[in-house]
Design a protein around this ligand. Structure first.
Ligand code: ADP
Length: 319
């Protein structure tokens, strides 16, 4: 292994930069060059690449986003583009490829591994919905961003005796909504994994008002409903007037937390060592505290389970 290609793809997440830095350091220690492709798969197609050295990654550990840039590249789903990517990797004398990205990017990783390229994926998704890693890069920072905002909103909610509906990211996964509800003491979380009973939530809010518990926070995952819809229905069902906050992109920005810096550093190192050991077509992940390789086929086929105990915890703490 003399030269490894590296790219970040799909939705950016805090932790990508610490991971890039770790890949470069781990490779340098083994006298391996890193060649970075810009804008994810787009850079592989355009052959937009340059050597990445330790000096290029200094001062980035505390930066969100990705210094390599990221993009979506629809063409990469098709034969022509994948063949072009392989051609460029060979022309640049790359012996392996590390892809940092979410579910879509890992599908791209599997596609190119299927064309004979030695590939390792690194899970990066604020939704924490990737099988094969207990936590994905970026999830912890996004959670901390969310709870920071909810804590602030609670000040107003309790001062003005109001109900607030907070919409967070998570199209297919309610992880951010559920964990932020538990960790802010919110009254309810509405998530795609569980059929929600708005009438039950409305009855609980009314009962809380009777007990003079006058501030109510409901966290909604975008994949389950919208804050506007929940607010409208609460008003229709029970005459409850609520305020709305949609957090949007502020959830995925900002300086990575200690957890994401450490996870990115560990995953970056582990990916380089996995390539040196001759492995391919797998994803490095955090499993029960250890760096573990899972075949990409399994990562992409299986759905990450949801811990029912967390749902129960949220129910009991929110009542
Ligand atoms: P994320 O990686 O954050 O889930 P996307 O789902 O947008 O983000 O995927 C990022 C990129 O991965 C896509 O723009 C495309 O280039 C590539 N990709 C997604 N799905 C596939 C697929 N089935 N085959 C090959 N490449 C894919």
């Amino acid at each position: 292994m003399n030269r490894i290609a590296l790219l970040t793809s799909g939705g950016d997440a805090p932790g990508m930069n610490p991971c890039i830095r770790a890949v470069v350091h781990a490779a340098a220690e083994k006298n391996i060059e890193i060649i970075a492709f810009k804008r994810g798969f787009m850079g592989l197609l355009d052959n937009d690449c340059a050597l990445l050295e330790i000096k290029d990654t200094s001062g980035i550990i505390d930066h969100g986003g990705t210094i390599l840039l990221s993009s979506r590249c629809e063409e990469f789903k098709y034969d022509e583009a994948q063949k072009e990517a392989v051609k460029n990797l060979i022309a640049n004398k790359c012996d392996g490829l590390i892809i940092i990205g979410g579910d879509g990017s890992l599908r791209g990783a599997a596609a190119i591994a299927g064309r004979g390229v030695t590939v390792i994926g690194i899970p990066c998704s604020i939704d924490n919905d990737i099988f094969g890693s207990d936590m994905s890069l970026g999830t912890d920072t996004a959670l901390n961003n969310i709870i920071d905002v909810i804590d602030k909103i609670k000040d107003t909610a309790s001062s003005h005796e109001r109900t607030f509906i907070i919409e967070v990211m998570g199209r297919g996964s309610g992880y951010l909504a559920l964990i932020s509800a538990i960790t802010t003491g919110a009254e309810a979380a509405i998530i795609p994994e569980v059929t929600f009973d708005l009438e039950g939530i409305a009855a609980r809010i009314k009962e809380r008002y009777k007990r003079h518990k006058t501030s109510n926070i409901i966290v909604v995952a975008e994949g389950a409903s919208t804050a506007y819809q929940v607010s409208r229905n609460l008003s229709k069902i029970a005459g409850i007037i609520s305020k709305i906050t949609v957090l949007g992109h502020l959830q995925r920005g900002g300086s990575p937390t200690a957890f994401d810096r450490l996870l990115g550093s560990r995953l970056g190192f582990a990916a380089v060592y996995e390539l040196i050991d001759g492995n391919s077509n797998c994803m490095m992940g955090l499993v029960k505290g250890d760096m573990t390789a899972t075949p990409l086929q399994i990562v992409l086929e299986r759905r990450k389970g949801f811990d029912d105990r967390l749902i129960n915890l949220a129910k009991i703490l929110g009542s």
